[in-house]
Design a protein around this ligand. Structure first.
Ligand code: SIN
Length: 301
């Protein structure tokens, strides 16, 4: 049960600042998969060079729906990188070594004999970095026969539906984010030997606003997450816990989420500044192989 409530706002996504996808384009079709967030895009072969108009439409769909999906793609690491680069600079994931010839591409693998999965907790990517990524692109290479779906949640809705009192309380607060939280770190254990050298140089703790303003849409989003947030800056962990627990439960209310059923060749592209995700670990004994690239972001403000 959630606590007493905050006013519920309509589950409409988007606002005046967001450009809508051009419906007159003959090839691209954007179909929302839930009222909260998520849309499948049809009519684009993202393995091929994309013209500026198509890139602008995909970006507009991403800003409106926070995560967009493409089905039946056939990507090489080069074409995955080329697609992502149309949306910004690439960033390197700090804890897992990339592919030998393509260091920007990280393989997100769970083998048949592995128990823990990577990203199996609600989180925004690497919020312990000074400049967390703006987004990630994940390509499905091998999918279990059943299970291994990914959940996404809309952090604009999470913020908008807080009470005015809670919004005012959080408005000037920052949170400490760390790479060391055990529930998130356990997902990296199996890949530990594959870490790049020089790990000492990786920044593993950063302080960010609890409510951030999206640099492109101007909307406010709740920016704490169960995977990496450890406490409210200036509070003890004990003092922070009940507030953060409330926010973690609130921000992943089912009506703020969507669930994506992967198929081989599917691609998800999410906006890390306004969405969280959680890879469901329900396929023990089966193999799941994905390739991921990450887009560089700015310091949250
Ligand atoms: C991740 O957190 O990037 C992994 C998501 C997934 O494997 O579905």
């Amino acid at each position: 049960m959630q606590g007493p409530a905050a006013d519920i706002v309509p589950l409409a996504v988007g606002n005046d600042k967001i450009r809508r996808v051009n419906a007159s384009h003959p090839k691209i079709e954007v179909k929302p998969i839930s009222p909260a967030l998520g849309a499948e895009i049809y009519g684009v072969d993202i393995s091929r060079p994309l013209d500026d108009r198509v890139v602008a439409e995909i970006r507009a769909a991403l800003l409106e729906h926070l995560v967009v999906f493409f089905r039946d793609q056939s990507l090489t690491p080069q074409s995955l990188i080329a697609f992502a680069k149309r949306f910004g600079e690439l960033a390197r994931y700090p804890f897992v070594k990339g592919m030998d010839d393509f260091p920007e591409v990280v393989e997100v693998i769970k083998r048949e004999d592995e128990v823990h999965n990577f990203g199996g907790i609600w989180h925004s990517d690497t919020t312990y970095l000074e400049r967390p990524p703006m987004g990630s692109v994940l390509y499905a290479c091998e999918i279990p026969p059943l299970g291994g779906d990914t959940l996404f949640a809309n952090m604009y809705l999470a913020y908008d539906t807080l009470s005015d009192g809670m919004k005012a309380f959080l408005s000037d607060l920052n949170a400490v984010n760390s790479a060391a939280k055990p529930d998130a770190a356990v997902g990296r254990i199996e890949r530990k030997t594959e870490r790049p050298t020089g790990e000492d140089e990786i920044k593993t703790e950063s302080v960010h606003p609890i409510v951030r303003t999206h640099p492109e849409t101007g909307r406010k989003a709740l920016y704490v997450n169960r995977g990496h947030t450890v406490k409210i800056d200036g509070f003890s962990e004990e003092e922070s816990r009940p507030i953060l627990e409330y926010l973690y439960l609130h921000q992943t209310r089912p009506e703020f989420t969507c669930r994506f059923r992967w198929t081989p060749g599917a691609v998800a592209f999410w906006d890390n500044r306004a969405a969280q995700h959680n890879a469901i670990n329900d396929y023990q004994g089966y193999r799941r192989v994905m390739q991921r690239v990450t887009l560089a972001g700015e310091k949250p403000a």
